[in-house]
Design a protein around this ligand. Structure first.
Ligand code: CMC
Length: 431
């Protein structure tokens, strides 16, 4: 916890109170209001946490004005181009870039946990065939608590470590099996001689009658998608994981809560919603009508893949993703892709429109990711599960950090009550 070197003054009527101000290593100062209610008897009001730091963290830093995203200090564009997903996982989990032998050891620990307990197959079979893979993932990840008892004791650092590795290792298998069940194909077991992304692609696309040869360029693109989504500080799903964990819940229950939160269209569900929107727009001549609708306050429609709570200039992940979309389509020989053409024209027209400029709305990471995933052969329903696979390391790293924090206590927001004051119960015949 940072030391306070300055104070803020709060004046209510003729009373003034000093509140400590904490300074981060980089970023805006934070007014420490932990003792405010005890000393002054008032709460603060901040729905959506737009001005509230709910924890301190050393994992990820975002500067929304400058479009900066750092993991443990390293810029995301450097990690996306020079590193790879499992190395970024190590970095997020342990705080530093591994040596060659540390990375080898970490990769072998992850690959040794890729299989699921055989009995877990019955969970998949219990779902309707048309179940959304995210629904299956929420259920199956929560159910891991019933299969891996030896890593649910959060007071034991070793069990926390094993749970972390299990979650990172098994999430691709769970997502791939949810997909296989959804499309009515037999599940494919993981292969530990493949790297993380290639193994995931093979578990999704291989069938018993025809093996899937992993194209190294596609597996690199998949790995980059995983890397770009690996962590994003205290976003809605990560905060959900932290809040669930603050009660002492087991790791699998906490990560299942994060997956449930990620599913919403304002968060991880935006990649699916964005591609569906681009297809609905159909071709560039229809764009002005959709821009008009997005600006109309009486129309609930929003441009999906546009806007961000924190980024107010550009999303650094979107830049890499756009470049990746061009590369992947090029490599697959997909020329004149109508969706990509619509996306680029929509981006251009929206950025020229004063509404989007004034509100600082720019394409986010989800604007181009769906185009890449579709080109790889994924249906839209798999986009958010792939986000969940990628973000697992972020959730796990933040969860571990929180449990190691001596200040960790149950999360319990307060409220501004606007309901009835006390009144007497009225018997039913007198109402
Ligand atoms: N299209 C049209 N108008 C928008 C959009 C949009 N995509 N996003 C925000 N606005 C407007 C909004 O109507 C509001 O206008 P006004 O001030 O006149 O009421 C203003 O911009 C501020 O929006 P907000 O909803 O108060 O901002 P927020 O920080 O609460 O929401 C957001 C951020 C990402 C939920 C929102 O921009 C949005 O719904 N975007 C579309 C969904 C999306 O792409 N989500 C993925 C986010 S990135 C990946 C992830 O984090 O999971």
């Amino acid at each position: 916890m940072a030391d306070s070197k300055k104070n803020a003054k709060l004046t209510i009527g003729d009373q003034s109170y000093d509140l400590p101000v904490l300074s981060p290593t980089v970023g805006p100062d934070v007014v420490d209001i932990r003792k405010l209610y005890g000393q002054v008897g008032i709460f603060t009001y901040d729905p959506g946490f737009t001005s509230t730091a709910a924890c301190d963290s050393t994992i990820t830093y975002i500067d929304g004005e400058e479009g900066v995203l750092l993991h443990r200090g390293y810029p995301i564009d450097q990690l996306a181009s020079q590193s790879h997903y499992l190395e970024v996982c190590f970095l997020l989990l342990y705080g530093y870039l591994p040596t060659a032998s540390e990375l080898e050891d970490f990769e072998s620990r992850v690959t040794n946990h890729t299989m699921l307990h055989e009995q877990m197959q019955y969970f998949f079979r219990g779902f309707r065939r048309d179940a959304h893979p995210m629904a299956i993932m929420v259920g199956v990840v929560g159910a891991m608590s019933a299969f891996y008892h030896d890593s649910t004791d959060i007071s034991d650092p070793w069990q926390r470590e094993v749970a972390s590795i299990r979650l990172i290792a098994k999430m691709p298998t769970i997502a791939a099996w949810a997909y296989k069940y959804h499309v009515g194909q037999p599940i494919v077991y993981p292969r530990n001689d493949l790297d993380y992304a290639s193994n995931f692609l093979r578990m999704c696309f291989s069938v018993p009658c025809e093996d899937y040869e992993v194209n190294p360029i596609l597996s690199r693109a998949m790995d980059r998608i995983f890397t770009l989504h690996a962590d994003h500080e205290q976003n809605a799903s990560t905060s959900t994981v932290r809040l669930a964990s603050s009660s002492g819940a087991n790791p699998f229950a906490c990560i299942a809560a994060g997956i449930a939160c990620l599913w919403g269209p304002a968060h991880g569900g935006a990649n699916q919603a964005c591609l569906e929107m681009l297809k609905e727009i159909g071709s560039p001549e229809n764009i002005p009508e959709y821009i008009r609708r997005a600006k109309d306050k009486d129309d609930p429609f929003r441009l999906m893949g546009f806007g961000h709570r924190v980024y107010k200039n550009f999303d650094p992940r979107a830049k890499v993703m756009k470049q990746s979309a061009d590369e992947v389509l090029d490599l697959l020989g997909i020329e004149n892709n109508a969706v990509l053409a619509t996306a680029k024209e929509l981006e251009k027209q929206a950025l020229e429109d004063p509404y989007f400029a004034e509100k600082k709305l720019f394409p986010n990471v989800d604007f181009y990711s769906g185009i890449i995933l579709e080109a790889m052969g994924f249906p839209t329903s798999m986009f958010t599960p792939i986000f969940a696979v990628s973000r697992t390391v972020g959730w796990v790293s933040q969860w571990k950090e929180m449990l190691n924090d001596p200040q960790n206590k149950i999360g319990r927001p307060r409220q501004l009550y606007l309901g009835e004051t006390q009144r007497d119960y009225v018997d039913i015949e007198k109402r």
